[in-house]
Design a binder for this molecule. Structure first.
Ligand code: CA2
Length: 148
């Protein structure tokens, strides 16, 4: 059984904690990575945590990992709305995929934010629980691995 969980973050999330704290909170992406590792460590799983602003890099990371993972946790950020190549790559993986959004994309002022393309490839989605959503997603992947 694979014990690695790939946690992927899309564009601008490298600036988490620096802008719009009323929407995204004041924790940084390093804090997110730490919260994922805390949950994974306890269960004997490893976290491979990555962020990119470049679409083809995200596609390559997903392709390279289409087998051999316990699961993928992905916050596609703005790739959610135009990232068809990422959607196609996600459809090729053989593990569960949890889509995470820090904010509640269904409650945002901009209606387009609710229409994530990625949901079509996701096992499930967590949105609006702040950075806590990542740790919950990791916990869910671990739970699924225990049932396999
Ligand atoms: O709520 C989320 O996690 C989002 O995926 C964040 C994306 C946004 O495009 C989605 O609609 C919802 C990225 C927001 C812009 O990047 C920022 C990064 C750090 C701080 C503020 C904004």
């Amino acid at each position: 059984m694979s014990r690695t969980i790939l946690v992927l973050n899309g564009p601008n999330l490298n600036l988490l904690g620096e802008r719009e704290p009323e929407i995204y909170g004041s924790e940084t992406l390093a804090d997110v990575a730490q919260s994922c590792r805390a949950v994974a460590d306890e269960a004997g799983f490893a976290i491979d945590f990555r962020q990119t602003n470049v679409e083809h890099e995200m596609v390559e990371w997903i392709q390279e990992n289409r087998t051999g993972l316990a699961g993928i946790v992905i916050n596609p950020a703005a790739f959610s709305y135009a990232g068809y190549p990422i959607l196609d790559a996600l459809k090729m993986v053989d593990c569960p995929i949890v889509e995470v959004h820090i904010s509640n994309i269904h409650r945002r002022e901009e209606e387009w934010r609710a229409n994530s393309l990625m949901t079509k490839a996701a096992t499930g989605i967590i949105s609006g629980l702040g950075i806590h959503g990542y740790a919950l997603a990791v916990r869910h992947v671990i739970w699924l691995a225990g049932r396999a």
